[in-house]
Design a protein. Structure first.
Length: 145
């Protein structure tokens, strides 16, 4: 019942060259603490940029890799000597180049865009000596003597 067609091209192997290059990341941030009106509050902000090691024309379904930029923010409040509440927001923006010259076989030509937002709430309990007071009475994590 099944016949082989001579004019039908079948994929017999996948060729996925990578041509990786050096990658790097740069990041920075600030943390505001010891605030006069709310000494138990920490406010954190940060950004980063992460360059992918894979050139766009070698991206494939088995190795999707894109450069991305990220924004990080959070607040943390100390309730007592051993307890803290936190709330964070992370947002990544993927910098997807349009690929029209894919080196892979079969080709992985595409256009795309994307992002990712993560919201996290946390409740921390410190075991041992707990949180100690830093300068101005603000909480500081124990262990730094």
């Amino acid at each position: 019942m099944w016949r082989r067609r001579e004019d039908l091209e079948l994929i017999t192997s996948l060729d996925t060259p990578k041509n990786y290059r050096d990658s790097w990341q740069v990041s920075g941030g600030i943390r505001l603490h010891d605030l006069r009106r709310v000494p138990r509050l920490d406010i954190m902000l940060g950004v980063h940029y992460d360059r992918t090691p894979a050139p766009g024309n070698t991206v494939s379904f088995d190795q999707p890799s894109f450069s991305h930029a990220g924004f990080h923010s959070g607040v943390r409040y100390t309730l007592a000597a051993r307890y803290r509440l936190g709330l964070t927001l992370l947002h990544y923006r993927y910098l997807v180049p349009p690929v029209e010259d894919s080196l892979t076989s079969p080709p992985s030509n595409f256009k795309g865009a994307g992002g990712n937002t993560i919201i996290t709430a946390s409740f921390e309990v410190v075991l041992g000596r707990g949180l100690r007071r830093g300068p101005g009475g603000a909480p500081a994590v124990s262990g730094a003597r």
